[in-house]
Design a protein around this ligand. Structure first.
Ligand code: NAG
Ligand code: NAG
Ligand code: NAG
Ligand code: NAG
Ligand code: NAG
Length: 618
């Protein structure tokens, strides 16, 4: 399964009384992340640009603002916000800025010249020496070295602390337990967390000859034609020049034009010679090329399904292995407030906020596990918030729900044992994943045609790998999915002990699409591949087509679609999937069931009905 993973290392909260003398909020500690080693103490005189991400205003209203434009019964449906209204609404309060500024300048004696408010007013950049940073944060800074690449980063894995009156105004301090770029190599400023990027090798990908392909049914080899038949998807765009769709790729995942052509010759002849339009975000230079699998799968599907008239963009994010926080780079490319970091000004970060917003973006990666943890929770909360803010501007975020059932991480199978993520599928608490579990993302699970059956029969949840799904620990269940999810919990959920999954969390996936065995062309041959990595771009292609029809009808794009998907107006647009489970953590996971379930969501789509329902809305 071509679902690369990105994850945080292990972390634990310890409450310590700090040497620096103030009574503190909890200090955040973690082990040195996998692949890195502690190299040496940082030089006390070296300059360390710090970024204090400030708590934003009005976040408690974010969902209400979004519902106002995304609830199908709202009179303001589709009235997306302009960028400056988003910035102004969530700008940190004057009190927030003043408290943090005065703590730095007055209490800690940092010179005013070395403290700077970011352009959007949501971060304070502070130039201090390592010695000063250690004093004000009660921390010990080290240089860490990445085993494979030798790249060095600065951070303080043993933790840092803020006084209580300050900590409530600060979301995250960079770099701390989230590593930053080395104090010596300033230009490469994008890296700032313990996230690291690893590609899954796609172990179950199998070659298939053209003769075998000819003879295969859609239960054995899923072609573009199978997908069209399954979902009655046959859409000719009317406003392609005014519509956009993008696929995000990380880790230098690229497509070979020759492979695309091989695929297009067979399945989309009009596309022969076309490649995705590359939008390069924080492209490193010393990067080995990434795996071909993910990007090939994504672009074969999106370009194969959509007419040759529709341009498809590739947002290629960060291409160095040592690239530490690619999610923030993607969000930062859309929204400058998310990318200024490490004291580097806007002008230095060429990709800061200057990339065009796509109408829909498909993401077949996961970024981090979803459990409560002092180093994970603030980061994923802020990422989900930024996704919500971008959704206010009319973007639809579509993500794969994961290929590991109720456990975390492809091939890793992490479960929570006594509060710690333990790999290898132990008995333990289920762990969800970001971005799928963020309520502002539409998460897509995977289905297959039942062996021996055809596209006219009901699909089942995939059995070649367990489709990701479950309940968030970091995000509470939103009202728009309460009816469907509580019905599942009361009628179909297994009787697991209360600590096995979080019954009050945001439940996902939202929908499903075929994810196995998808036909792709790689290295001059056809292969069977797949995963929820396939399901997300298939669904994103449907959203792009809905947007096209709405644009042609003089309407706005759909933006955040989850409240519509769960509404009464859309109840008839699904093929309900009722068979299959998503095992993990030594359990059967959850069973699919009539209506919404945590394996296949509301179901797969009947595209003409989906389109008609969205065209009914203002
Ligand atoms: C920190 O120092 C760098 C390099 O001298 C400078 O470009 C930047 O503006 C400074 N930032 C602040 C907040 O003083
Ligand atoms: C990154 O930049 C290099 C050099 O400019 C270019 O050849 C390559 O295509 C870029 N890769 C991506 C994924 O943007
Ligand atoms: C989890 O904690 C309990 C109680 O502290 C202990 O008995 C048990 O052995 C621990 N389990 C593991 C796998 O560490
Ligand atoms: C369960 O989810 C809620 C949010 O819905 C959260 O507040 C709570 O801490 C979670 N429980 C656990 C054990 O993670
Ligand atoms: C559901 O799975 C069972 C057992 O594998 C099978 O007998 C049945 O035909 C399946 N039903 C559907 C609708 O796929």
């Amino acid at each position: 399964m071509a679902l690369p993973r990105m994850f945080f290392g292990l972390a634990a909260l310890v409450t310590l009384v700090l040497a620096s003398g103030f009574s503190s909020a909890a200090i955040y500690q973690r082990s040195v992340p996998q692949g890195w080693s502690l190299h040496r103490r940082a030089d006390p005189d070296a300059l360390l640009p710090l970024k204090f991400s400030l708590a934003q205003s009005n976040l408690q209203n974010l969902e209400a603002y979004l519902l106002d434009i995304a609830d199908p019964t709202s009179p303001n449906y589709g009235k997306h916000w302009p960028a400056d209204k988003v910035t102004d609404t969530f700008r940190p309060s004057k009190t927030t800025v003043d408290v943090v500024h005065s703590w730095l300048a007055v209490d800690n004696g940092i010179s005013l010249d070395n403290i700077q408010l970011s352009r959007n007013g949501d971060a304070l950049h502070v130039n201090v020496t390592i010695a000063e940073a250690e004093r004000i944060l009660g921390a010990e800074y080290n240089i860490y070295r990445h085993g494979k690449t030798g790249i060095e980063r600065v951070g303080c894995h043993q933790g840092y602390a803020l006084p209580e009156h300050v900590s409530k105004h600060v979301d995250i301090v960079w770099p701390t337990v989230h590593f930053g770029n080395s104090v010596v190599t300033r230009r490469d400023a994008s890296a700032s967390s313990l996230l690291h990027v690893e590609h899954e090798s796609g172990a179950t990908t199998q070659p298939i000859s053209e003769a075998e392909l000819e003879a295969s049914g859609c239960d054995e080899a899923v072609t573009i034609e199978c997908l069209r038949d399954l979902y009655h998807f046959d859409y000719e765009p009317l406003a392609a020049d005014r519509n956009t769709i993008a696929v995000a790729e990380f880790e230098a995942n690229i497509v070979q034009p020759a492979d695309l052509d091989l695929f297009f010759q067979t399945y989309a002849p009009d596309r022969v010679g076309q490649v995705p339009t590359l939008v390069s975000i924080e492209n490193g230079t010393n990067s080995p090329p990434g795996s071909l699998g993910e990007a090939t799968l994504d672009f074969d599907l999106v370009m194969g399904l959509l007419s040759a008239k529709q341009e498809v963009k590739q947002y290629a994010v960060g291409t160095t292995n040592a690239n530490q926080n690619p999610v923030d780079e993607l969000l930062g490319a859309f929204d400058a407030s998310f990318c200024e970091r490490d004291g580097v000004s806007d002008e230095d970060l060429v990709d800061c906020g200057d990339k065009p917003l796509p109408n829909v973006i498909s993401i077949s990666y996961h970024f981090s596990p979803d459990y409560i943890d002092p180093t994970i929770t603030p980061v994923v909360t802020r990422q989900c918030t930024e996704i919500g803010k971008l959704s206010l501007r009319g973007i639809t975020f579509v993500a794969s729900s994961g290929d590991s059932g109720v456990s975390y991480g492809t091939g890793q199978h992490g479960c929570l044992v006594n509060g710690t993520l333990v790999n290898g599928n132990p008995v333990g608490t289920f762990i969800g994943q970001l971005p799928a579990s963020c309520p502002f993302v539409t998460a897509v699970g995977a289905t297959s045609v039942v062996p021996g059956n055809s596209v006219d029969d009901p699909e089942e949840a995939t059995t070649d790998f367990p489709s990701g799904g479950g309940f968030s620990n970091n995000f509470a269940r939103p009202s728009w999915q309460e009816a469907q999810v509580s019905k599942y919990l009361s009628k179909f959920a297994p009787d697991y002990a209360p600590d096995i999954f979080n019954r009050s969390g945001r439940a996902y996936p939202d929908v499903a699409a075929n994810g196995w065995p998808t036909v792709v062309a790689t290295n001059g041959k056809f292969f069977q591949s797949g995963g929820t990595s396939a399901s997300a771009p298939i669904f994103a292609s449907f959203v792009a087509s809905v947007n096209d029809a709405r644009i042609a009808a003089g309407k706005r794009t759909v933006g955040w679609i989850n409240p519509a998907l769960y509404s009464r107006e859309f109840a008839h647009v699904y093929n309900d999937i009722t068979n299959g489970t998503n095992p993990g953590c030594q359990t059967e996971g959850f069973p699919a069931a009539p209506g919404w379930d945590p394996v296949t969501g509301l179901g797969t789509l009947n595209f003409p009905l989906l389109l008609a329902a969205f065209l009914q809305l203002p």
